[in-house]
Structures are given as C-alpha cells and as structure tokens.
Design a protein around this ligand. Structure first.
Ligand SMILES: Cc1cc2nc3c(=O)[nH]c(=O)nc-3n(C[C@H](O)[C@H](O)[C@H](O)COP(=O)(O)OP(=O)(O)OC[C@H]3O[C@@H](n4cnc5c(N)ncnc54)[C@H](O)[C@@H]3O)c2cc1C
Length: 493
C-alpha cells in the first residue's frame, strides 16, 4: 500500500486524506496543534460559544460530494440552515439595506432602499450568473495548472468566452456600472473581501463570489460552523486516516528531484507522496531546502487580507441586529488604500458582526448575545504595529457607539485574534486569511498549482493554492490533489 504524509489537518488536509484513504492509500496526517480543523475552530467562554473562523458556508454541494464519496450521509450528520437575509448592511447615515438571497425579496428591498425599480438587480444577477457558468468549471472544479490535460480534454472554454467574464475592469467599476446608489455598490463591492482582496483592484470576474452566496445560498450549521470539522474528522477516522496531533513537521525530505519523506525532530520517515496543507509560502520558506529562487518568487506575490477578530460575550440583546451585520466605513476606497497601499490598520474599519445566538439561543446566556467581529487588516508588515491593536479595539467600540451600540460596559467575556495569532497558530504567511490576494489580473494562474513543478510526488492542498481560500475551495483543492495522485498511480502501473 502506498504511503502518504499530509502536513497539516486543516480542512484541505483532512479532505485530501479522506479521498486518498478511500482509494486505498495509507494516509498519515501530522498536525502541529492539539486539534484538527486549522482556522475552523471554536471557543467557549462561560456560557457563550463562538466559532473563531468562518461564519458563512457556501457551495454546500462540494461538502456533500465529499461525504457521499466516503459513504456517509451529510444530512444525517449536519443541519445546514440557510441564512436569509444574508446580512443587514448598516451605513453612517442611519440607513440599512438587507441583502436577501431570495431574489424577489432582494428586489423589493432594493426598491424600498433606492426608490427605483429593480431592473438593475435583474441585470446584475444575469451577469454574475453568466460569469459563474463560464468560469466555475475551469477555475474551481479542475486542477487549473494541468494545462496539457485540460486542453486535451477540451476543458478550456473558447477564448471568445473570456470576453464575457469581465476580466478587464475591477469589481468596483463593474458594480458602479450596475448601481447608481453608492451604498448598494459598497454592499456588492464587499464580496472582494471574501477572498481577501480589494474591490478597487480585483477583476470583476470575481463577482462569481456574489453568485455563489446570493444565488446558491449562504449557510450556517446547527451547533456552529465547527460542527463541520467534527463531522469531517469523524469521516477521516472512519476511512482509516491516522492523525498525529501536537506533531510539527520540520522538513520535507527530497533528493532534488523526488520526495523521500518527512522529518519530525530527529526522526525521518519514508513516504511515497507528501501533501502540504501548510501555507505554500511557509512550506517553501521553512520545510523545503534547496529552492531559494522559488521561495523568493512566492514571497513576492501579494498575500490576502489579514484580519482582527473580537469575540465578545455581551449581557444585552439588540433587536435591530440579525445573524450577520455589516457597519460600513464612510470612505470604502480609503479603507483599502490604507490596508493594501499604506499597509496600516484602517482608521475607519468596516465592522462585520456575526451573532449566532440570533439563530441558536443557547450560544449565549439568557438576554445576552455572542458577538463575533471581524475587521479587515493588512497582512503583517513593518507598518503594522502590535502595540496598536488596543487602539483598534477602541476604534471598533467607538464606531459601534456612534452607530448606537454602546456595548463596552456589557462585555462579560473577551477573546481577540490578531494577524500574528493567525501566523503563529496556523502558519499563515504574514497572517493572511486567504493565501494570496486577487488584486491583479489573472491571479488564478499565479496561485500555486496543486502539483509541484519542482519535485515529483509533492502536492499542495489548502487556501494558499489553487483554487483559493474559503471552506468549499480548500475542500475542492483536496479533491484535485487526490485525483492527481490517483491518476499518477494509475499511470505508473
Ligand atoms: C477569521 C476568519 C474568518 C473566515 N471566514 C470564512 C468564512 O466565513 N467562510 C469561508 O468559507 N472561509 C472563511 N475563512 C477561511 C477559511 O477558514 C480557510 O480558507 C480554510 O479553513 C483554510 O483551510 P486550509 O486547509 O488551507 O488549512 P488551515 O486552516 O490554514 O490549516 C492548516 C493547518 O496546517 C497546520 N500546519 C502548518 N504547518 C505545519 C507543520 N509544519 N507541521 C504540522 N502542521 C502544520 C496548521 O497548524 C493548520 O492546522 C475564514 C478564516 C478566518 C481566519
């Protein structure tokens, strides 16, 4: 039986492992932390419960496919709850716009908010639907960089299709061409942050993200998003994957051409294949010797946004808030200039607030709420000063107060995650949440492939490689890696 080592038990690593074990490989996962799931974790503080990472799940078919393949019934294990309205979007002028997945409700809300008919919503939806149809198969569901194979199998769409995927203007410019109202533009521009980028730089092709959430739906999982990790962990054990916690891989061993195995401390073990679920830049920087040029090249690619998370147990309830809420900045463009150009903490941060106790009362004590706040932050750089993080906390509290939510004295419990925590706990390059940013054209091609071009038998799964960050995409990366290894094996036979 061929032996495979996986570095990291994030969802990318776990899903790769399940597929490979199911296909008859002997799979070991090594995880440096004391739990599986990577960025998808949870904490309890008193009677408050919090997810510490993802709060929105999309593309649930991708998760379903993984369970089916492993012979399990997803619906028996997880209860996906569609959240609609997706979010309440709140502005400085006191107005709010509820973003609905239900298209009829979305159109009525648009008309209520703007006073005009919803024609533009129809046009926008038509456009994002076309983008999804033209791009999803090739950019999400295939290992994009296997050019020869994809061309042979005629998977690439004709060049003429590329004219319709809106690759030559930014998401913001596209959204401005659909909507006159600046608030609405801001709401749809925010989709750029779902893959850690700026709406003023990211190609409008990435409006595919809006399609995925608006049309295919935005989900929460009963019991918390962390239930997904528990279920996938159970699946991995069921199919025979061995998981070693508190075990940091120190080196991926190779002879310059081929993978030999891994080193943990002084112990070396032989493996036929290694899959790095660790961040690809960190993997080249710290686990693979002998590739300085590649490391330099990887380090030059701009990382995605980082973030700061505030989890607050609040002994107060707020009728006007929903499960997901967003308090916008006055000058959205400036927020991204500060984050990506000046690389400083935003002076007027957009505040994303998720309250799962709105959907599940037992996530907070009676007459209380569990507030999870995520702020976009620059990736770690010399302008980001650790000592300023307290200032960000105060900025968030002051801004909430300005919006009518004076909650400082109601905070019973608090836990904070900074960009340095993301770097230290999960090995995220410069604390980036989603690997690399999509702030330039053709980023999909710049993202590292799932198969190494330098070393035979080395593969990559996770948010820093193709097809990108976010729960469903890292699960897809696991599918690509497993398919590539399985087809390599069948060619070798
Ligand atoms: C605050 C926050 C909010 C988010 N919100 C959403 C959301 O709403 N929706 C969504 O879809 N996504 C969201 N994401 C992104 C999503 O969580 C990630 O894209 C995804 O979980 C990353 O999975 P991964 O497989 O790349 O592995 P990671 O979760 O990055 O895990 C990699 C694992 O590898 C381990 N590791 C690294 N190096 C080594 C080594 N040398 N030896 C052993 N182990 C090692 C790490 O400890 C870690 O456990 C969010 C992320 C964060 C942080």
């Amino acid at each position: 039986m061929k032996k495979i080592a996986i570095v990291g038990a994030g969802l990318g690593g776990l899903s790769t492992a399940i597929r490979l074990a199911k296909s008859g490989f002997d799979v070991d996962i090594f995880e440096q932390n004391n739990e599986v799931g990577g960025k998808v974790s949870e904490i309890l503080m008193g009677d408050y419960r919090f997810d510490t990472g993802p709060s929105v799940i999309t593309l649930i078919d991708v998760i379903n496919e993984l369970f089916e393949l492993a012979g399990a019934d997803l619906s028996e294990q997880l209860d996906f709850i569609k959240i609609d309205p997706i979010s309440r979007n709140i502005f400085y002028d006191g107005q709010h716009f509820d973003l609905y997945s239900n298209v009829d409700l979305l159109k009525s809300e648009y008309t209520r908010f703007t006073g005009i008919d919803p024609d533009q919503i129809n046009k926008y939806i038509l456009k994002i639907t076309n983008i999804y149809k033209l791009t999803a198969d090739i950019f999400l569901h295939q290992p994009l960089h296997e050019y020869k194979k994809l061309i042979k199998e005629k998977k690439f769409p004709p060049l003429s299709d590329f004219l319709f995927i809106d690759a030559f203007r930014t998401m913001h410019d596209a959204n401005k061409s659909y909507f006159i109202d600046e608030h609405i533009v801001q709401v749809f521009d925010r989709y750029a942050t779902y893959n850690g980028s700026s709406p003023y730089l990211i190609p409008a092709t990435l409006n595919i993200i809006a399609y995925v959430e608006l049309i295919l739906g935005s989900y929460y999982i009963k019991g918390g998003i962390h239930q997904l990790v528990k279920a996938i962990h159970g699946l991995a054990r069921k199919v025979g994957v061995k998981i070693f916690l508190n075990t940091k891989v120190d080196e991926i061993l190779h002879d310059g051409n081929q993978i030999k195995g891994i080193r943990i401390g002084k112990d070396t073990s032989y493996y036929d294949y290694v899959v790095a679920n660790s961040d690809v830049v960190e993997t080249f920087r710290t686990l693979l010797s002998g590739f300085p040029a590649m490391t330099k090249k990887m380090e030059k690619i701009e990382p995605s946004l980082s973030g700061m998370v505030f989890m607050w147990g609040i002994n107060k309830t707020h009728e006007n808030l929903l499960h997901h809420n967003v308090f916008y900045s006055k000058d959205y463009k400036n927020e991204f200039v500060e984050i990506f150009d000046s690389k400083i903490m935003p002076t007027d941060p957009t505040i994303y607030l998720a309250i799962t106790s709105k959907t599940e009362k037992n996530h907070a004590p009676l007459l209380s709420e569990n507030w999870f706040i995520l702020i976009n932050m620059p990736y770690i750089n010399e302008n980001l000063k650790k000592e300023e993080f307290d200032l960000m906390r105060q900025r968030v509290l002051n801004k909430l107060k300005e919006f009518g939510y004076d909650i400082e004295s109601n905070i019973e419990y608090e836990s904070i995650i900074t960009p340095y925590d993301l770097q230290n706990r999960y090995g995220a390059n410069k604390g980036s949440i989603y690997g690399i940013s999509s702030n330039s054209k053709f980023t999909a091609f710049k993202r590292h492939p799932n198969r190494s071009k330098l070393l035979k038998n080395l593969f990559f799964a996770g948010g820093s490689v193709h097809p990108g960050g976010g729960v469903p995409l890292v699960i897809l990366s696991g599918k690509h890696v497993a398919d590539l290894i399985i087809s390599t094996e069948s060619l070798n036979k």
